[in-house]
Design a protein around this ligand. Structure first.
Ligand SMILES: C[S@@+](CC[C@H](N)C(=O)[O-])C[C@H]1O[C@@H](n2cnc3c(N)ncnc32)[C@H](O)[C@@H]1O
Length: 319
C-alpha cells in the first residue's frame, strides 16, 4: 500500500518542484505534519492523492498562499473536502501532450481515426487543430493557419517531426466520467486542476476548450477496457484507427491494466501510450538501461518505446 507521507513528499520533490511553489510547500509541509497525514488517511487510498486533495480544496475556496493558512483552512473544512474528493477524480486534460503524441501519429499512414481512452474533455483529440513549436524550428500550423493554441516543446535526439499535421477524420473518447466542454462546472474543475502559478498553462487550456467547443468530440461514458471494442466499430473503415492512452493507465489497478493491454492487442489497431515509466511492463522492459529522471513519461507505439517526455508534453527526448 502506498505510504501517504512518501506520496506527498514525492509529489512535492518530483512532480511540482519548479512548477508550483505553492503546491511544493503544501506537499512537503504535509509530509512533515503527522496530524494532517492522519486526517488524510481517513480517506480510501486512491482519494489521498495530493493533486486531488489540493484541487478539491482550491475548488472549495482554500487560500492559495503559505502552508499555515492552508492548513488552518483544511482542518476547518475537512469534511467538505473529503466529501468532494469522494465524488471526483483528477481529470487533468493537457492539450500540450499532443506535442508528445504528434511524432508518433505522424509515423502512421493517414487519414487517422483517433480513439482516446481516459479522454477527460477530449482536448488531446485535436492534434490537427493546434500549432507546434519544437525548439527553434519553424512553427507547424494546421492547414487553416496558426492556431490559438501554441504548444512549445523542447526536444533532444532525432525526433521525426512531420512537415504537416496529420489528417484526422474521426475523433472519439471513452471516460469513466467525460467532461463536457459546454458545461461551466466541468470546465471550472478542469481549470482548477491546473496548478497554481501556471498561468500560461491555464490560458492554453482555455484556448483549447474554445477549439473543442466549435466541434465537440464524441465522448462515451464507460470503462477504458470494457467500452473499447464497441466504440472501435464506429470508426470509419477507410482510416487508420489509433487508440491513445495518455496519463490514464496509472488509474487502473495492475490486473485491470493488463486486461486493457490484452483488449487492445486483440483489436486490429495501432495504439499509442503516453504513460509514466512504470506504467506498462512490456514498454518498461524494452527501455534502454540507465537511470530515468523521476516524473518522466514514455511515449510508445504498439508497446515499442519511442521517447521520454515531460509529463505535460513540455519536452521530448527521442530514444
Ligand atoms: C489524468 S486524466 C488524462 C486525460 C487525457 N488523457 C490527457 O492526457 O490530457 C485521466 C482520465 O482518465 C479517466 N479514467 C480513469 N480511469 C478510467 C477507466 N478505467 N476508464 C476510462 N477512463 C478512466 C479519468 O476520468 C480522467 O478523465
Amino acid at each position: 500500500m502506498r505510504d501517504t507521507t512518501e506520496w506527498y513528499r514525492s509529489f512535492g520533490e518530483v512532480e511540482v518542484r519548479g512548477q508550483s511553489a505553492i503546491y511544493e510547500e503544501w506537499a512537503l509541509s504535509i509530509a512533515e505534519d503527522s496530524k494532517l497525514i492522519g486526517v488524510i488517511e481517513r480517506l480510501p487510498l486512491q482519494k489521498r492523492q495530493p493533486n486531488l486533495i489540493f484541487a478539491v480544496s482550491r475548488l472549495l475556496g482554500a487560500p492559495e498562499g503559505g502552508y499555515p493558512a492552508f492548513r488552518e483552512w483544511l482542518l476547518a473544512n475537512w469534511s467538505a473536502v473529503a466529501d468532494e474528493a469522494m465524488v471526483r477524480m483528477t481529470q487533468t486534460n493537457e492539450p500540450r501532450r499532443c506535442a508528445s503524441l504528434l511524432p508518433a501519429l505522424a509515423l502512421l499512414p493517414g487519414p487517422l481515426a483517433l480513439l482516446e481512452v481516459g479522454a477527460s474533455a477530449g482536448l488531446c483529440l485535436y492534434p490537427d487543430r493546434y500549432s507546434y513549436h519544437y525548439d527553434g524550428r519553424e512553427p507547424l500550423h494546421p492547414l487553416t493557419g496558426p492556431s490559438s493554441v501554441v504548444l512549445d516543446c523542447a526536444t533532444t535526439g532525432p525526433v521525426p517531426i512531420p512537415l504537416t499535421l496529420p489528417e484526422i477524420v474521426w475523433r472519439a473518447g471513452i471516460d469513466l466520467r467525460p467532461l463536457d466542454v459546454h458545461s461551466a462546472e466541468d470546465m471550472l474543475w478542469l481549470e482548477t486542476l491546473v496548478w497554481p502559478e501556471q498561468e500560461e498553462r491555464r490560458l492554453r487550456l482555455l484556448a483549447a476548450i474554445g477549439i473543442a467547443r466549435e466541434d465537440p468530440p464524441l465522448l462515451v461514458e464507460g470503462d477504458a477496457t470494457t467500452a473499447l471494442a464497441e466504440l472501435t466499430k464506429e470508426a470509419p473503415a477507410d482510416a487508420t484507427l489509433v487508440v491513445v492512452a495518455s496519463g490514464v493507465l496509472v488509474y487502473l489497478a495492475f490486473d485491470e491494466r493488463m486486461r486493457f493491454v490484452d483488449t487492445v492487442r486483440a483489436l486490429d489497431t495501432d495504439w499509442i501510450s503516453l504513460e509514466g515509466v512504470g506504467g506498462l511492463p512490456s514498454v518498461g522492459a524494452a527501455l534502454p538501461d540507465g537511470d530515468v529522471p523521476g516524473g518522466r513519461f514514455v511515449l510508445a507505439l504498439n508497446e515499442r518505446p519511442l521517447a521520454y517526455t515531460g509529463p505535460h508534453g513540455q519536452s521530448l527526448d527521442w530514444l
